[in-house]
Design a protein around this ligand. Structure first.
Ligand SMILES: Cc1cc2nc3c(=O)[nH]c(=O)nc-3n(C[C@H](O)[C@H](O)[C@H](O)COP(=O)(O)OP(=O)(O)OC[C@H]3O[C@@H](n4cnc5c(N)ncnc54)[C@H](O)[C@@H]3O)c2cc1C
Length: 476
């Protein structure tokens, strides 16, 4: 083949990218393109932005880095703005491509866009798609995706016992572009949302987009910092760069491949230590895989209020309550600290995510999809399957038939026993002993005066009687 277009989507890397590698192997010339489709930065039906400024910046950096890597290999990354089903076929025609290579993704909108591109291609242009974002390949699942178990543990055991992780594919050494008289194109803002919050020294990490930064994080976390040996013990942490890997943002944009991470874990196990902690990172990558395949199986059901199990629940649509949650003004410190961290930095720990999701869905009874859409706007590591899958799970309409809620007060006291996390993000409570920092409503007037905290002025009074609410939930 003379020329092929490689349409980059959420696979912004040259390493272990079979879409790129296969195109390079099949064609003499490659035209890589990224399309900034305005629909990916539109407003959702919930009034949130599909992509907030933090993730938009991360993606721009990822595109710049990809362009740089392709240029180093003699190639180029074209960037176009418009609907993908217009831009990709137009480019294929302009450059006389015989095929378009692209990553295929499980979620509904992504699949619809892919089908629309395929439909719009000239008849003589082949569409070649590759499954590239999971640890285990779709074709290697012991049970076909449409019949997989909806419960994680049996699914995981099946896969671990009966499937193998394929080896990562090396980055192509050269990417040869045809002689083209086309403008490579500027990388646009990628969001219509307001500007990014200023850098915050409390942020767990400076999340810089791109494959190069992702690889550096892999190196720092696993090798230089030697943190993998204690991952399972530290992963429920709340403060600092290294209690968990922070790989998610690079995985979501496809800057890092899960197979490359797996390969590094194996190498670490061979060269340093192999224990439950080192395995646990792979275990978590399996959770990620699980939601990807679940999305392929259930599709748009994941976005319905009743979820994939058709669970009928009464959801509140109280906008005021939702805003207090989103802005970190509920008056429940552990929830507010986590939401303020998210709003300022684009990141929140897994422990935090579970708790704030449970607070919204279980304690307030607010439509869980509002929370999921809010995370979609804000998270630097937003991934459609991981986000909506985890939200549905927490709301009791997803891949867990038990209706579990998190008691955020006991969670806070357990995971933040000295209230260091809460007071980092809520400095107005810094003078309080841990017991009160987690339950400031228990202060009487004399104590409040002694600690110089004016509840309702310095920090909000709780929006609900949360202790009574948990007694009610427990008695059900
Ligand atoms: C309500 C809610 C929403 C979430 N939304 C997202 C999201 O949009 N994008 C996202 O990547 N993760 C999401 N997660 C999962 C998890 O919280 C994050 O992956 C993790 O906190 C990211 O930090 P890390 O990379 O340091 O994770 P680590 O603890 O270092 O885990 C390693 C990797 O495993 C994967 N992983 C870990 N836990 C999960 C999980 N529960 N589900 C799926 N994958 C997992 C991630 O790719 C992560 O990078 C969500 C969890 C909850 C409860």
């Amino acid at each position: 083949m003379d020329t092929a277009v490689v349409w980059f989507r959420d696979d912004l890397r040259v390493d272990d990218n079979p879409t790129l590698a296969d195109a390079v192997a099949a064609a003499d010339h490659i035209v890589p393109v990224y399309v900034a489709d305005p629909r990916r930065q539109a407003t959702t039906q919930y009034g949130t932005d599909k992509r907030g400024p933090i993730r938009a910046r991360f993606r721009r950096e990822s595109l710049l880095d990809l362009r740089e890597s392709l240029r180093e290999r003699g190639g180029e990354l074209l960037v176009r703005t418009g609907r993908v089903e217009d831009a990709v076929p137009k480019l294929a025609e302009e450059v006389g491509a015989e095929a378009v290579y692209a990553q295929t993704k499980p979620a509904t909108e992504e699949r619809n866009r892919e089908f629309a591109v395929r439909e719009s291609l000239p008849e003589d242009v082949r569409f070649e798609r590759r499954w590239t974002q999971t640890l285990y390949h779709l074709d290697d699942l012991p049970t076909p995706y449409d019949r997989i178990n909806d419960t994680f543990t049996p699914w995981r055991k099946d896969v671990e016992q009966q499937a193998e992780v394929r080896s990562p594919v090396d980055a192509p050494e050269t990417v040869s572009v045809p002689e083209l008289d086309v403008d490579p194109g500027e990388i646009p803002a990628l969001t219509t949302a307001s500007s990014e919050p200023p850098a915050d020294e409390r942020a767990v990490l400076d999340f810089e987009g791109g494959e190069s930064a992702g690889k550096r994080r892999l190196e720092t976390y696993i090798w230089e910092g030697d943190h993998l040996r204690e991952y399972k013990q530290t992963r429920n942490g709340l403060l600092g760069s290294n209690y968990s890997s922070k790989f998610a943002a690079w995985l979501a944009a496809g800057c890092l491949s899960p197979r490359r991470i797996y390969r590094e874990v194996q190498r670490y196990e061979a060269e340093r230590v192999s224990n439950e902690d080192t395995y646990w990172l792979v275990f978590e990558l399996l959770w990620r895989d699980f939601f990807q395949f679940q999305f392929l199986k259930h599709g748009a059901e994941f976005f319905t209020p009743t979820g994939i199990r058709g669970v009928e629940k009464q959801w509140s649509h109280d906008h005021k309550a939702f805003r207090r949650w989103a802005e970190g003004r509920t008056g429940v410190p552990f929830v507010d600290a986590n939401m303020r961290e998210l709003n300022r930095t684009g990141y929140m720990s897994n422990r935090g995510r579970q708790n704030v999701a449970s607070f919204l869905a279980d304690a307030l009874g607010v439509d869980w999809r509002w929370g999921a859409a809010y995370f979609e706007e804000r998270l630097v590591d937003y991934d459609v399957a991981s986000n909506w899958g985890n939200w549905a799970y927490q709301a009791g309409v997803g891949n867990d038939s038990r209706d579990n809620y998190f008691n955020v007060l006991s969670q806070a006291e357990y995971y933040d026993s000295n209230a260091e996390y809460v007071t980092t993000w809520l400095p107005e409570l810094a003078e309080l002993p841990a017991e009160y920092a987690h339950r400031p409503w228990r202060l009487d007037d004399r104590e409040a005066a002694a600690y110089d905290v004016d509840l309702g002025v310095d920090y909000p009074r709780p929006m609900i009687d949360i202790e009574a609410r948990y007694r009610e939930l427990q008695s059900r």
